[in-house]
Design a protein around this ligand. Structure first.
Ligand code: NAD
Length: 503
């Protein structure tokens, strides 16, 4: 731990603007105004590294959701946003990215205090990537063109397609990496000309609220972006609302299924980014100096609270002992601590509830016969820190093999031979299909195995690398649709076909 960091008061060195933002009693953002929740209810916002309250948020309910949807509907139907020239819409979306850069320090401080991850990761990767999302999608409004269609209907025709914004979108996001999640959602929706009601997770509301202010400063008209903080009830109210045209959700597979059931009421469009149990393969020819930190971070990034966590680690028998020793040493060497401490390399779990859930799942794994190599205990006596944990002897059928843990738990298995069909069967032995990584210098093997794995994102000699232009999403129960890249903006459009009878 760093000498200069004040552990007794971790907020001591933060910007004044961050201090002031925390001191506010946060409200809901509806139609360009900050308003109290109609019930007057509030909820404390906690720092997961200390368990201490750092701010207050409003607890939105069904009436507040209704007010926000009405504002978004009025802004959509009024047409000011979607009929803005594409250049002007681009300029505003780009400006949001610029404002994120200008306020990167403040946004990163808020995110660290709210979510717990180490400051350098938050500022240099997640906040920067969030700004990149706005800049990337700022390039799309004047490229959302349709086609002319050479139809064979009798007579003479001019037929074409056009992409229109899908309408009023309800966006619901989780507590892991929340600022980037908000950017993933807002940037393409705004670029497409939609209006939005965003509901951040109840554990991490702060940066979404700050982002609403930056949207306003960038010139987004009133009613186009609305933010309702609150719990699952507020999310459910958004999904149930008949005036929402589409729900874009990131969160657990269980909640995703509930959303699909509720959305069936009026068949609103739904896109889903859900959980995962991503496999990682290490072959003997891989460069072990990169493999060891790479496969450890595939799980330990954000204390394992990442949807693409590479939580099933398959290591070839020829390098198994070396990789296990290396990962164990690497994991034990990581410094756990408050994300604002420059010495910290790993943060806490998000909440006491998540800490209990991960501990319970770990214990079940041990009861089912997995062996603990390192970790497995709470770290320190403040906040919700769990030691990085390595399990070996994991087998299909065990819960740690099957279920998403969403904590710093690596489940390792030994593989032998080169039968790629058999390895792919292992990889695909899951209800999920989000990510996978393959660590090898054999190009042929890498491509052949990538072709056989049923997952939306496959990395070779890397894990978790994402880019605004690189489509991302899941096969099977990991989701519906793709975010980022061109598919990411098409999710916020409807395709209209027009045929003109020329006689
Ligand atoms: P969660 O499903 O519990 O909550 C996500 C959001 O949904 C929160 O805002 C919550 O308030 C809201 N919600 C809860 N119940 C709801 C309901 N019935 N109707 C509508 N909204 C409701 O998920 P979480 O625990 O916050 O997040 C972790 C999960 O998110 C993990 O499973 C992780 O894999 C997944 N995730 C996926 C991706 C991806 O891109 N695929 C990215 C990040 C996280």
């Amino acid at each position: 731990m760093s000498e200069s960091f004040d552990h007794a008061s971790p907020h001591a060195g933060i910007l004044e603007t961050t201090q002031r933002f925390l001191q506010r009693s946060h409200r809901l953002y509806i139609d360009g105004r900050w308003v109290d929740a109609s019930s007057g209810a509030t909820r404390p916002v906690l720092d997961p590294a200390t368990g201490q309250q750092i701010s207050v948020m409003a607890e939105g309910n069904v009436q507040d959701v209704d007010a926000a949807v009405r504002a978004a509907r009025k802004a959509f139907d009024g047409g000011e946003w979607r009929r803005l020239s594409t250049n002007e819409r681009s300029r505003i979306v780009w400006k949001i990215g610029e404002l994120i850069d200008v306020h990167a320090q403040e946004l990163a401080e808020l995110e660290v205090l709210d979510e717990g991850a180490p400051f350098a990761v938050v500022k240099d990767f997640w906040v920067r990537l969030a700004a990149d999302h706005f800049r990337y999608y700022a390039g799309w409004p004047n490229k959302l063109n349709g086609d002319t269609i050479p139809v064979n209907m009798p007579g003479e025709w001019h037929a074409y397609t056009v992409r229109e914004p899908v309408g009023v979108v309800g966006q619901i996001i989780p507590w892991n990496v929340p600022f980037l999640m908000a950017a993933w959602k807002l940037a393409p929706a705004l670029a497409a000309g939609c209006t939005v009601v965003l509901k951040p997770a109840e554990d991490t509301p702060l940066t979404a609220l700050r982002l609403a202010e930056l949207c306003r400063e960038a010139g987004v008209p009133d009613g186009v972006v609305n933010v309702i903080t609150g719990g699952g009830d507020a999310g459910a109210a958004l999904v149930a609302h008949p005036d929402i045209d589409k729900i874009a959700f990131t969160g657990s597979t269980e909640t995703g299924k509930a959303i699909v059931r509720a959305a069936a009421q009026n068949l609103k469009r739904v896109s889903l980014e859900l959980g995962g149990k991503s496999p990682v393969f290490v072959f003997p020819d891989a460069d072990l100096a990169n493999v060891i930190p790479g496969v450890a971070q595939a799980v330990l990034l954000n204390a394992g609270q990442a949807c693409t966590a590479g939580s099933r680690l398959y290591i070839h028998e020829d390098v198994y002992d070396r990789v296990i020793d290396g990962v164990a040493q690497y994991a034990s060497s990581l410094k756990l601590g408050h994300g604002l401490d420059p010495a910290s390399q790993l943060g806490p779990l998000i909440s006491a509830r998540q800490f209990s859930r991960v501990s319970r799942m770990l214990q079940t794994g041990l009861d089912e016969g997995a062996q603990l190599v390192v970790g497995g205990q709470q770290h320190g006596d403040r906040g919700y820190f769990m030691q990085p944990t390595l399990l070996t002897g994991v087998r299909p059928g065990m819960s740690v093999y099957r279920d998403e843990i969403f904590g710093p738990v690596i489940a390792a298995m030994k593989i032998s031979g080169e039968n790629l069909d058999a390895l792919a069967r292992e990889a695909n032995n899951t209800t999920y299909g989000l990510g996978a990584s393959i660590w090898t210098n054999d190009v042929k093997r890498a491509h052949q195995l990538a072709a056989r794995i049923r997952a939306g994102v496959i990395w070779i000699n890397a894990h978790h690398s994402i880019d605004a232009a690189f489509p991302f999403g899941g096969f099977k129960q990991s989701g519906w649709g793709r975010e980022m890249g061109k598919p990411g903006i098409e999710l916020y459009t409807e395709l209209k076909s027009v045929a003109i009878n020329l006689g």
